[in-house]
Design a binder for this molecule. Structure first.
Ligand code: 13P
Length: 255
């Protein structure tokens, strides 16, 4: 059985003192927990990697970046590369988030280069894919997903700890969650794609997270689905009580 992953994507939120406060509270709440195969990942803004690592180093909480450059080093003002993330002992990095695809023109080809760069430095990518509302309404959701998968994983050995996050764009930050049936249908489609392109064994290993208005009140129904292995959580991961509650739900389902 795959373990469950509860990952928080903070996006561009929290000041330094708010980060410190969050970490203090979260660790206070998680220190006594038996995580029972539930993996916690926090993806803060890169400025806060060090303080996050200070809090999490002897704990079962992993730190991830929200983005990485496709280049290793050089004159790319403002960018952060995979070797830099690796030198900060980061475990994960989100790539291909729909906000980066939309605001920073991140194509499947760029996503593919970023994944390759991360794998070279032993950082596990969290690869985001998902359709827009108009694509769903046109009935082309699976075509879009298949195209994103083929583009992102071109020439990539999926036999590693790659995590896929299905994040329907229409559900992100809107309060409109995909129903568990809608989400499971696409998660199953993704797993079947992996089976076809790689193997059954790999498909059974890869974690597929759901993202898009996942909250304490709907997480259980979503992660109960056989192909949903946890969540990539935006807004609700910023509030310790909510994030902690979601970790508790995941733990209770793994007991
Ligand atoms: P929300 O949970 O705020 O909808 O964000 C989801 C997301 O984009 C996580 O990467």
């Amino acid at each position: 059985m795959r373990d469950l992953i509860i990952a928080g994507n903070w996006k561009m939120n929290k000041t330094f003192s708010e980060t410190e406060e969050f970490l203090l509270e979260l660790t206070k709440r998680t220190d006594d927990k038996q995580l029972n195969d539930v993996k916690i990942i926090i993806c803060p803004p890169s400025l806060y990697f060090e303080i996050c690592s200070d809090f999490t180093q002897d704990r079962e909480i992993s730190i991830g970046a929200q983005n990485v450059s496709e280049h290793e080093f050089g004159a790319y003002t403002g960018e952060i590369s995979a070797p830099m993330l690796s030198s900060m002992d980061l475990d994960n990095c989100i790539v291909g988030h729909s906000e980066r695809r939309k605001y920073f023109a991140e194509s499947d080809k760029i996503v593919n280069s970023k994944i390759k760069s991360l794998l070279e430095y032993d950082i596990d990518p969290i690869v985001c894919i998902g359709e827009s509302l108009s694509q769903r309404e046109k009935g082309i959701t699976k075509d879009v997903i298949q195209q994103q998968l083929s583009g992102a994983f071109k020439d990539i050995d999926l036999n590693s700890n790659i995590i896929i996050a299905y994040e329907p764009i229409w559900a992100i930050g809107t309060g409109k969650t995909a129903s568990s049936k809608q989400a499971q249908e696409i998660h199953k489609f993704i797993r079947n794609w992996i089976k076809k392109e790689y193997s059954n064994k790999i498909a059974e290993k890869v974690h597929i997270l759901y993202g898009g208005s996942m909250k304490p009140h709907n997480i259980e129904e979503l992660i109960k689905q056989p192909d949903i292995d946890g969540g990539l959580i935006g807004g609700a991961s910023l509030v310790t009580e909510k994030f902690n509650k979601m970790i508790d739900v995941a733990i209770s389902m793994r007991k």
